[in-house]
Design a protein around this ligand. Structure first.
Ligand code: PHE
Length: 452
């Protein structure tokens, strides 16, 4: 089989727009709407948010370009890609990525399941029937039922499997193209509304005026880790998506666009949520339930609230889906490319295994609530911390070193500038990926373990 036809068989995005939307779909997800506001709240806002944006620019964007370059150059899954370019111990970086796919998707489906539960509540008009004070209690109600969490988790995993089974262009691409733009506009609406609400000004101050003393080493690691999580980096998801891109695609442009969109969505969601926090006197550091305890209050108060609640949670589930499919895709691509499994078999089998892996996370608020891993965190929060603060930055560190020190300029520049593409900022990118990104990641790690 010629190389061209084997690539065709492997799947390609049908358009550049499709590739942008799919990558944005992978990046924008629970990380932006569920996680960013709650960790920003726990770490005191301002300084954390600014350091997060700094990490996006100096580490996130350069590494996203690297992953896409490696992916498109090899047209392979993460393990196959490192094997093809260099081999040896570098293959471990690919392995680390596939492992991260398993781990992250396992608990991602549980949190996405909470969003499905809220969609179900919205459909029944639950929020409108409640007093503002009662709305936050609904979350405790959900967490107290192991069974419903398991059911929603299973349902969400089922949907992820169905889309990934559909393959690259018909499944992944279509899902993304339709869902992403609507989500953006509804968040914009909620954020603008929030700014003009009584808590609006306080929310903006909380999010954007830095108190640098709050930026302690754990907060810095959390911000850096979240830059990786939010942009889907450090585990080969963008590498895998890049492997389905065609030669004329302008990779730097896609990476920058996706990163800007991702950051905007996180900030919009932060503004919307913290306006409610300060309007209704909720604790900013309320933890993982923050989004579920705040936005529904708004839905319970505003005219047409039920409809907006339905739309919002529907889109949140979609946003989670467009990310979960990219997590599963990394695992599936590995089994298809390296182990020569069929797509259907790989998706069904691995999807099921990951579902099982996620069961302890689904039970982590009841049955397993006394099982603490890291500090006083339950199972779900612990593996989230492990994956986000350690596996992803470590993967990212190696990807940066690989790109900056192993890939030749001829290969990297040649790959980026294929076709008509010209990358004026190549020297700046190369400097960032060779020196700045790896040093910054290393410093944040060392700082966290108390080396300074
Ligand atoms: N970026 C996704 C989010 O913000 C999560 C994700 C992480 C997806 C890593 C793929 C890879 O929700």
């Amino acid at each position: 089989m010629s190389e061209y036809s084997s690539k065709q068989k492997r799947g390609l995005w049908t358009s550049r727009f499709g590739f942008i939307m799919a990558s944005a779909g992978s990046a924008i997800g629970l990380g932006n709407i569920w996680k960013f506001p709650y960790i920003a709240g726990m770490h005191g806002g301002g300084a954390f948010v600014l350091f997060f944006i700094f990490c996006i620019i100096t580490v996130g964007i350069p590494i996203m370009i690297s992953e896409m370059v490696i992916g498109r150059h090899t047209h392979k899954d993460p393990v196959g890609a490192f094997k093809k370019i260099r081999g040896g111990a570098w293959v471990i970086v690919g392995w680390l990525g596939v492992t991260a796919g398993f781990v992250i998707l396992s608990y991602y489906c549980v949190v996405a399941g909470w969003a499905v539960d809220y969609l179900w509540l919205a459909l029944q008009g639950t929020f409108t029937a409640q007093h503002a004070q009662q709305v936050p209690q609904l979350f405790a109600g959900l967490l107290s039922s192991d069974l419903s969490q398991l059911l929603w988790q299973a349902l969400f995993m089922g949907m992820t499997i169905l889309i990934v089974m559909g393959g690259v262009s018909s499944g992944l691409e279509l899902a993304n193209k339709v869902m992403m733009p609507i989500l953006f506009f509804i968040l914009l609406f909620l954020a603008i509304r929030g700014i003009f609400s009584p808590g609006g000004e306080k929310a903006l101050t909380f999010l954007f005026s830095p108190q640098w003393s709050k930026l302690d080493p754990p907060a810095m690691l959390e911000a850096l880790g979240h830059a990786f999580f939010s942009l889907s980096l450090g585990m080969g998801a963008m590498l895998t998506y890049g492997s389905y891109a065609d030669e004329g695609t302008n990779i730097p442009k896609v990476a920058i666009t996706v990163s800007i969109m991702d950051t905007c969505v996180a900030l919009l969601s932060g503004i919307a949520i913290f306006s409610i926090v300060f309007t209704y006197g909720i604790e900013p550091a309320a933890g993982p339930g923050l989004v579920f305890k705040t936005l529904p209050i708004l839905f319970s108060q505003m005219p047409g609230g039920t409809l907006i609640a339905i739309l919002f949670f529907l889109l949140l589930v979609f946003a989670a889906l467009t990310s979960s499919i990219s997590l599963l895709e990394v695992v599936v691509a590995y089994y298809c490319d390296e182990k020569k499994w069929g797509r259907k078999k790989a998706t069904l089998f691995m999807g099921f295994i990951i579902f099982l892996l996620g069961v302890p996370s689904a039970l982590s608020n009841n049955l397993l609530k006394d099982v603490h891993f890291i500090g006083d965190r339950n199972f779900l929060d612990s593996i989230d911390l492990l994956a986000t603060n350690y596996i992803l930055p470590l993967g990212g560190l190696f990807i940066a070193i690989f790109t900056g020190w192993i890939l030749t300029t001829r290969l990297a520049k040649g790959e980026i500038e294929k076709g008509e593409v010209r990358f004026q900022l190549y020297p700046a990118w190369h400097f960032l990926i060779k020196y700045v990104s790896p040093v910054l990641v290393a410093l944040v790690f060392l700082n966290k373990i108390g080396l300074f």
